[in-house]
Every structure is written in C-alpha cells, then in structure tokens.
Design a protein around this ligand. Structure first.
Ligand SMILES: [Zn+2]
Ligand SMILES: [Zn+2]
Length: 388
C-alpha cells in the first residue's frame, strides 16, 4: 500500500505502489509500462488521473520531441510519460498542504514555473526563464507535466498546488479536461490582449483552441465574434458555441468577408488558431489599425510576414504559450456557470490501454475527431468491446 513518509493519505482513496504509465521510447514509439506511483513533496499533491485529453502538442512531442525537454534535451528514451490535459482526484497531500483535501476533484494547468525568475514573479509562469531546468545540479524547481516532467498518460501524477483548478461536482471528467484549452483562449484574449466587452473578435481556425476561443470571447461580451475555417461542420459547432458569423474560407475571401461585416474597418482582435502559412498576413488585414493579433498556432515552416503593413498600422502581435496568470480558473468559472458547452468539442473517448488508437484518431482526425479523451478507468478497452 502507498504510504510514503510525510505524505497524508486516506483509506477512502487508497493508492497502489505502482501504476500503469505510457512511456516514450524512440519517436512515435509508446510503451505501456509499470512505474512507481510518484510521491508529492512540499506544496504538491498526488492526483489520481481520471481523464486526459489529447492535444496537438502531444502529437508534436511524440513525433518530434520539442517543446518537451527532459534532462536538458530531447524527451526520447528517458522513461518520460507525455500527456498534459488531464483531470482527476486528489488522493494524497505532500507536507504542509492544507489548500486541498483528499477526494477533491481537480483539473490541472500545465506550467508550475520556478517561482523565482522575473517572468514567474510577474505571473507569466508559462514563459518561465528556467523552463526545463529541473534536474540534477540545475534544479530550479520548474515543472510542466507532460513537457519537462512526467505527464498524464498514466494513472497518477504529482502536481504543484499552483497548477490545480478545483472543478464543480456537476462537471463531467471529459468536460474538465477542456478547462485548460478554454483557459489558453482566456489568457490570450484578456490577460495578454486586454479585451473588454463590446470589442470585436475574429477567430481563425476551428480547432479546439479556436472553438473554445469563440466561446470564451462571446462569454466575455465580445461583439461580434466571427469564426473562419474551411469545414462547415466545425463552423457549425462554432456557431453553437457563440459565433455570430462564420466564414468558410473555401467559399469566400475571409479578409473581405470580415471587413464587410465590420463596415470596412476590421476587428479589434484576431486570435489566429489555424497555423496556415498566410495566416498572419490575413490576420493583419482583418484587424483594424491599432488592433491586436494573438498567435496561438504556428505553421510547420517559417512564414513570410508583411511587416511593413503591421508597422504602418500600429498592429500588436503576440504569441501565447498555453495558459497563464491563472486564466484557467476564470475559464472554469465560465464553464461552471454553463456560459458555454465545451463538451461540443469532445468527440471520442478511449481507455488508457488504447492510447495509440486514441492518438491515431486525433492525428488523422478519424470520424472528424476534435478532442479525443482517454479515461484511466471505467471505460472499456477496445478489444473487450469487440469481445462483447
Ligand atoms: Zn495542450
Ligand atoms: Zn520561472
């Protein structure tokens, strides 16, 4: 039985000493292994993972490595467990933790910055200057589960209390995995963007961040909220999440369409979630003079950008690396108030042992998969389903 020294446990939520965890070997090679259940230290808890969503960044990490960074380098063959968009139940408390109780349901943010660098002190812990420095003689205490420390494709994980977001009891496990995605959009729009009610927003690219970006913008009082994309079924989901207008870029010129909707002036914000090579230039022509472009996706190759247009028009351009400034808490508050139904982007659920199939669904968008969720217990594995 799991009962490490100085760690508070409860007979109501017993944990085993070992757990199932997926481990990254060579690129694209994942193996289900046994690992010891990790032990929380000061200001940390043990989370029993109940569900974990797959993110495009997981696919990047498993295939290419970055932005994961383990022991100062590539994440391959280092017994590393990826996965970062998870939720679960607090089942053990590290020394001194009284902010959370055993049995409490939580979802998690990814980044626990070092807490001592300039950016962490400003609350921009996603831009921690000590990213990945958490090993051996360079242990700055930085943690980003699924990136620089073990993540959520497993049964348990240790989390710093700063990364926990309590969730309401009526929020499903699947919905709770989406809080961090909504929190990323929230961070881009409010904390970094400064959006106030009544301003106009375009979201380009109806992936998970884009769709929840529409939902968050609408909930924040943006008007109008316009979504551009190339697939009608996804644009329809965007409408259900609050888009006032949707534009299919295959059918009409999105820049012209946006400007027409705004009396020719363009909008106050563009949240770029498509990663298309021309996206920044299109965004710069959708936004009005002095407007802001939040970059939440990136093309595979460096893109050519019309800087002169950006300079001449006082356009602000900024990137977001995930969430920050506890924006996830505010996103959770919107979701708890049912201001939008994030579950509309959740399309598929698999059991933990079927992670490779789940990743394939997410990568190849099989059956138009948007958010694919893996459940660590209570969801039948594929072969047992087939056997029934
Ligand atoms: Zn993610
Ligand atoms: Zn830091």
């Amino acid at each position: 039985m799991y009962k490490p020294e100085h760690v508070k446990t409860s007979p109501d939520f017993p944990s085993p000493e070992t757990m199932r965890a997926w481990v990254l070997g060579d690129p694209d090679q994942l193996t289900l292994t046994k690992k010891p259940v990790p032990v929380p230290k000061r200001a940390e808890v043990l989370v029993r993972i109940d569900a974990v969503a797959i993110c495009a960044t997981d696919l990047e990490i498993i295939h290419h490595g970055p932005p994961a960074m383990i022991q100062g380098g590539q994440p391959f063959n280092k017994n590393f467990t990826p996965g970062h968009e998870y939720m679960g139940t607090v089942v053990a408390l590290g020394p001194g933790v009284d902010e959370y109780r055993i049995g409490q349901r939580v979802t998690v943010e990814i980044h626990a910055g070092c807490g001592q660098c300039k950016r962490c002190r400003e609350g921009m812990y996603t831009a921690c200057h000590n990213y990945g420095l958490n090993y051996g003689d360079v242990d700055k205490g930085h943690r980003a589960n699924g990136f620089t420390t073990d993540g959520g494709f497993a049964e348990y994980a240790v989390n710093h209390i700063n990364t926990l977001v309590p969730i309401s009891d009526d929020m499903s496990d699947e919905e709770a995995t989406l809080v961090v995605t909504a929190g990323t959009a929230m961070y881009g729009l409010t904390e970094l963007g400064g959006l106030v009610a009544g301003e106009s927003v375009v979201v380009t690219g109806p992936g998970p961040i884009g769709l929840l970006g529409v939902a968050v913008a609408k909930a924040l009082g943006a008007n109008p909220v316009i979504l551009t994309g190339t697939r009608d079924n996804r644009l329809q989901i965007g409408k259900e999440l609050g888009a006032d207008y949707v534009i299919n870029a295959r059918k009409e010129d999105p820049v012209e369409a946006v400007r027409k909707l705004n009396g020719g002036k363009g909008v106050d914000y563009v949240v770029e979630c498509s990663g298309a090579p021309e996206a920044v230039n299109e965004a710069a022509r959708m936004v009005n003079r002095g407007g802001r472009i939040c970059l939440a996706a990136f093309p595979g190759k460096p893109a050519e950008v019309d800087i002169a247009h950006i300079v001449r028009n006082n356009i602000y351009v900024y990137g977001i690396r995930g969430e920050g400034k506890t924006a996830t808490h505010r996103a959770e508050a919107f979701m708890a108030q049912k201001r939008f139904d994030a579950t509309k982007v959740h399309t598929h659920t698999f059991a933990l042992e079927d992670l490779p199939t789940a990743l394939k669904y997410a990568r190849e968008r099989i059956e138009d998969a948007i958010k694919v969720v893996v459940k660590t217990h209570g969801h039948a594995a594929l072969n047992s389903v087939a056997a029934e």
